[in-house]
Design a protein around this ligand. Sequence first.
Ligand SMILES: [Zn+2]
Length: 287
Amino acid sequence: MIDELGIAMKAREFIGRCGPLALPVSVDAYASQIGGEVLKEALEENEDAWSFRDSAGKYRICVNCAHNARRQRFSVCHEVAHVVLEIASDHATPSWSYSRRPPGEIACDVFAAELLLPHKLFKPRVDSADMALAAIGSLADEFDASLISTGSRFATFSGELCAFVVSEGGKIRYSARSARLREAKGWIRPGSPLPTGSYSSRVRAGEKPSGAEDAEPDSWFEDWARDGALFEDALHLGQWDQTLTLLWFDDDQIVAPAPERKQWDEDSYRLRELDGVLPWPSGKKRR
Ligand SMILES: [Zn+2]
């Protein structure tokens, strides 16, 4: 199994073969690059997509027409990944069941995220964007991708100390963290409830969002012993009882740690962006 960086490189290589990039990226262009065609079909509720090669040798990608358009776009990219990475699909486990996601499926998700939010176009926008959920919303519109995929990738690529946290039913499901935050050992425990009294929990309870607020670092981060002012922006999606949180530190007040920066460290394999949580099945234990 190739690692995440290897997968991202393969995806970037593939994007390069598809000609000039426009925004939002054309998933049909990706499909036709592998001799495929996208069909919208009625599938089972939790099934994202499936593919087959027809008698003429054409690759048919069938996506779930009941899913929203942005999820369908991700699904097309995921199916393309199966072909390019030559990984047989294993869709017995639904994509939202993040505890038992097979490694091959995770690899295809990583590839798909790169296709939908290409580093070359996305990273400069992250660098110039405001630190706010509204800015992530604009990027999601621009790239025609889900808020969760966009927010996760936003945090992953951010040059700041920041995290994008997804909670459901008032419990933290996962977080995507910037390289600097991972280095600073800013760990947010999945499964824990939203901090009591936090902006996020109040927004979930019905309070109208009113822009970023100050937050308590040690209510969000485990064993956090650093100085620095933390800010919190929050948004609640009532339909799914999902709460999205963006956390970031005031840069001036934190002294960056000395160790060399690594964009793709072991941590980045554990919690994946996407429409679900995707812990990388590594045998290693968290520090
Ligand atoms: Zn798959």
